[in-house]
Design a protein around this ligand. Structure first.
Ligand code: GUN
Ligand code: ZN
Length: 438
């Protein structure tokens, strides 16, 4: 039996990169003031003006009307750590102290499958409550954590990418693996979960300081063995970290070169943060078709620095936006945009709303290499949808009452004032998985 659903209301999605100007590039936007999104068996069947499509609907279509809302593709979060949910917003200094004082002790608890299951469930619930329908996530170094997260995502049929963290040194014993076992575990998890429904396995060496050169080299060989598999790690986030890497890997030209020498600089390799980098690093990232996952909330919280978005764009580096929970202080990609906007302002670039919302949807999907599945309402795509309330907080509602706003102004309100209160409903594969209590 075909399951049919249609969502009516203002609908916005992106067809292409809208560029960096205040006006979106011609042809980059699809907007329907009174649109209809038709979903069949969890996939986009049609999108057009309601007037055009309503007469064509099958009699058994479930029709939902959101006249006062904004219908968009579900948000995509390109870098975060589900096991850090419980230590979000933990006080203290910068990256390395924060890792040692809070992160590593908390991650050590994920050896326990029950605990991992509990946090994985809570994490997926939180994602959906925040309008995020797809994410690339770090698990911990325990197989259990990966099993728990994939199992929880599968329950909602959510598109999710994750992998076992590889770390064989400079961490508590409870988190350390070794080069042989770490890769064997990764291989077993990949074979069990990769392409299992909407799930994707991601090779996940934590960062250069917690991997021996042998482990990084083994990770590089893993990518040779499984071409096209994604890799996520961290790069040049913090000054002390960078100095540490230079002392651990004296033969490397710079931090990125550590990964390059290990065979970890290629297409679909995703480097978190990459704040303290130069033109040469940006050039090598672009030439390799690798990408930076940009995490402004986390960078501000840990005092890591201000990512130069404009320089990265100018050199054509692939970018994706991310919360980086638990160093990021909100699961809301709207709040991430707020921080991104302020950081970009300090670098002399007022991030336009079109570019901002493109990033959360089609832009992140393209960078992650999953745009044939999600990120826009192209026919055949998986129907991950967020219903946004542009008056979701009392302050936003007050502003709405006092003045008429254009679409770009409504979007700017969402990104500067919005949070989870602005998420009215979240659909995964055409099924409503979260509804705000109104
Ligand atoms: N670098 C290595 N591990 C981490 C982590 O868990 N969070 C952040 N922000 N940076 C890292
Ligand atoms: Zn991270």
């Amino acid at each position: 039996m075909t399951m049919r659903r249609a969502l009516r209301g203002p609908i916005l999605h992106f067809l292409d990169d809208p560029g960096d100007e205040d006006r979106p590039r011609e042809g980059s936007l699809g907007y329907f003031a009174d649109g209809l999104l038709v979903i069949e068996n969890g996939r986009i069947a049609a999108l057009d003006d309601a007037e055009t499509l309503l007469p064509t609907l099958h009699a058994d279509t479930v029709l939902e009307h959101y006249p006062q809302r904004l219908i968009m593709p579900g948000f995509i979060d390109a870098h975060l750590h589900f096991a850090q949910l419980g230590i979000i917003a933990s006080y203290g200094r910068q990256l390395l102290d924060w890792l040692n004082n809070y992160t590593f002790p908390e991650e050590s608890r994920f050896r326990d499958r029950d605990y991992a299951d509990r946090i994985a469930e809570a994490f997926i619930d939180e994602q959906l409550r925040h309008g995020t329908t797809c994410a690339m996530v770090f698990a911990t170094s325990h197989e259990n954590s990966v099993e728990a997260l994939f199992t929880a995502a599968k329950r909602y049929d959510m598109r999710l990418m994750t992998g076992k963290v590889l770390m064989d040194r400079n961490a508590p014993e409870a988190l350390r693996d070794d080069p042989v076992k770490g890769i064997a575990d990764s291989r077993r998890l990949l074979e069990r979960w990769h392409d299992n429904g909407r799930l994707e396995y991601v090779l996940s060496p934590r960062f250069a300081p917690t991997s021996s050169p042998e482990q990084l080299a083994a990770a590089g060989r893993f990518l040779d063995d499984f071409p096209g598999i994604a890799m996520q790690t961290h790069l040049s986030e913090n000054r002390a970290e960078i100095e540490w890497v230079a002392s651990l890997y004296p033969e490397a030209d710079d931090y990125l070169d550590v990964y390059a020498r290990a065979g970890l600089l290629r297409s679909r390799c995703f480097f978190g943060h990459a704040i303290h980098i130069d033109d040469s690093v940006r050039r090598r990232l672009r030439e390799a078709d690798a990408a930076i996952t940009v995490c402004p909330s986390s960078n501000l919280f840990l005092g890591s620095g201000l990512f130069d978005w404009r320089a990265a764009r100018a050199q054509g580096v692939n970018l994706a936006l991310a919360t980086d929970i638990g160093a990021g202080t909100s699961l809301s990609q709207l709040q991430t945009l707020q921080d991104a906007y302020k950081v970009c302002q300090l670098n002399g670039y007022p991030l336009p709303v079109w570019q901002a919302f493109y990033r959360l949807t089609l832009g992140n999907a393209r960078t992650l290499g999953i745009e044939r599945h999600v990120g826009s309402f192209a026919p055949g795509n998986e129907a991950d949808v967020v219903i946004l309330d542009t008056a979701g907080t009392p302050l936003m509602a007050r502003k709405r009452e006092s003045r008429e706003s254009r679409l770009d102004e409504l979007l700017f309100d969402l990104m500067m004032l919005g949070d989870d209160r602005c998420v009215a409903c979240t659909y995964v594969m055409g099924e409503p998985r979260y509804r705000r209590a109104d």
